[in-house]
Write a protein that binds this ligand. Sequence first.
Ligand SMILES: Cc1ncc(COP(=O)(O)O)c(C=O)c1O
Length: 874
Amino acid sequence: MHDDAARLLAEVAILEDYWAYPGSRLMTTVGEALKERNAAVFARVVQKISMALLTGSYRQEPAAWDPLDEGEGRGADMLLPPDVLPGNGHKPYFEALVVTPNDPRGWERARNDLRRLRRPEDSFVYEMVQVGSFEDGAIGAIFNTNVQAVVLYDGFEFRSRHDLPVMRDFLLRHLHVDEASVAPGALATTLARAIKSYRPELDVYLLTDRAVEQLAGSEEAAPIRRIFHNVEELMEVHLSILDGVSERYDTPYFANLKKYAQRPIGTFHALPIARGKSVFRSNWIRDMGHFYGTNIFLAESSATTGGLDSLLEPTGNIKKAHELAARAFGAKRAYFGTNGTSTSNKIVVQAICKPGDIVIVDRNCHKSHHYGFVLAGAQPYYVEAYPLTQYSMYGAVPLRSIKKALLDCKAEGKLDRVKVIDLTNCTFDGHMYNTRRVMEECLAIKPDLIFLWDEAWFGFARFNPFHRRRTAMGAAAALTARYRDPAYRQEYAAFTAKVGSLDPKNAKLLDTHLLPDPDKVRIRVYQTNSTHKSMSALRQGSMILVSDEDFHHVEGMFEEAFFTHTSTSPNLQIIASLDVARRQMELEGYELTMRMTELALKLRREINTHPLISKYFRVATPEEMVPAEFRASGIKDYGPPTSSWKDVIDAWDGDEFALDPTRLTVICGAAGFDGTQFKGLLAERFDIQINKTSRNSILVQTNINNTRSDAALLIKVLAELSREIEARLGQGGPAEQELFAARVKSLMTDVPDLPNFSHFHDVFRDNPKGVSNEGHMRPAFFMAYDEANCEFVKLASKDIDTRLKNGPPLVSAHFVIPYPPGFPIMVPGQVITEETITFMRKLDVKEIHGYHAAHGLKLLKPDVLAKHKKNGGH
Ligand SMILES: Cc1ncc(COP(=O)(O)O)c(C=O)c1O
């Protein structure tokens, strides 16, 4: 027992070198207690450390660091909501990682020296963690999520004093460095670059004896925030560290709003609720004031003066907040939206498309894109995602289909009209594109294409080094660097020598990795994200990120589009929450997203390996969600025994599609539940809320707010339900078992085929005989405004079958969008096929936007279409 404890402690002790807490005093006490076999002291101190770590109380309480302090501490307080605590004295805590060649025996003294520099007016407190080598510096930045700043003292060595083969492999994977690849004298700058590529939000400082003046202007020093000559004052470094963190902490809009709320202001504008006077004095609605508290009313205003700035014409703190968001998310520009990504998408579509432009778009995109095309007059060229019929859901659009669409347009001489590629990344169900590869190959066919990546679910991904490689902004940055690199010119020259010019009739191009011309390529990327879906923003808080080299050509239209769709009374609290969400992600996004990913992986493993639960429920694995042809790595699942971290990174780097592990498709059909029924059961019996369902599954999304207790709750519920099913089947005998098997079969195997987009009716197409399928959706949409142009046919009626067989074709008058799955199975002007009717007839969901069973399908009348054709169409 004692030996086990000693062995475990020795293992843990290595990792503790990379964290300030518990630190040497506490660890020494634990070690001595073990040596002296003093179980009471050992248990007390270990418990104290564990409590402080779990609650985070060590960040605030000096007593948590003191082995002699036997008090209870206020650890649990840290977990309470802020309004039940006094709170004002709270100073955020962080750690600064120092990589130094100095003798470790002097480290404790240096830490104490630093503590002496603390002043009451400092906004933050921090502790120093010293390590002595490149490897330890890199490991510290990766593992210690408290680290906000890294200070490099030039002259440290490469190798860690610990023998860490697994870590070494990890470093090579993540940071692409090993001892042999680092040029002599470049250890510090290489480490700075490596750390910034892994955690771009960190501030890195360098202290060196070298000619700092020369180094400061060099490319190799670009990732370093400040360079100091070694002999300079420690105080300067200390102040720089605090300053760097305060730049990320700064929330210009939120800070001003808080200040505004404190001021006595008389309001004579149209928002009676502002300052709360219509509420607090009311005889009848005072409870609203109690419920929401005072501040929300004090912070309300319809003014854009008094430092509040205007979302529509930002010149002050909203402008500043936008700039900070752009920096944080790796974009050139960022814009806040207060009406969800539904509106952000329409803004971007309208900004980048004009009537007649062709947009190659995933038909399963959120409806806001489709409505955006109607408004902008853009012509959608629908491309299909691969179906996952067994779960009644779609995956994502294969690159081959997108390339084919582009090459078809090229063959038909309309490539110049193709303006945008519009895709959802990741999809609702977690399919992540290989954003770099998609853009690279599309740009090879048309070098000035614009990409709109709807990352409604994926905003958090920027802050997680695993996910980041698959984001729009991550790819935009990577491609910009790639095409500027002289080595790329050689690669491109070799490619053109081999492939020649891109002849659209050459079918081999579909299976060749195409490369864009570095002299022509433009990086033009737009991303929208529902900040409220994955970060701490209030509902409807959304952002538009822009990384467009030619934005100066778009900016005017972007403004117009923003004015078209944005309320002149945007919600101040939403704007403030976007500012704060950005602050949080820049300071703790790494920790939160790493933790959420780990939690999701645990959940996946626990459900799928649990002997009882896995009989009835399972989480769909990457192997089940991504067909083998898009998974060249062959990865089957996350984690041992099927894969290591190295395999996962390889798969995420190379595969066409990867599955975001934080989105769990839990198959409930084998337990006899359809998705809607199971969702209802979870909500009613267990107070568990989920959002999306399919015929036989529910989607469990993990997020930065989820805790291990949440995971435990879900597992407990699945175990309880599994036990109930077992008991029911046991007691019910063969009759019950047969019934159950039939239900499972119906849910799991008798699934309806998913209908593909058919085509627009000929009158809405420029060239009905052409291969490309884009169409004029806008005239079709507005044709339905005249009731006389429309007819209704009941879904069950024989008329439908007769017309499917003998014509005239059934042409949809508007969008029909069932929830789930949530994408349009009919769009205005689309010819409805038997596939779609069969799907509609089998559909067992209640919510179908654009369809009322009592009326039937709304169609454009055949004679109206004929007349339209006679008049020249469109
Ligand atoms: C892919 C996608 N884009 C956009 C949206 C709309 O976002 P919001 O709810 O922020 O308006 C959603 C909503 O579910 C979505 O799934």
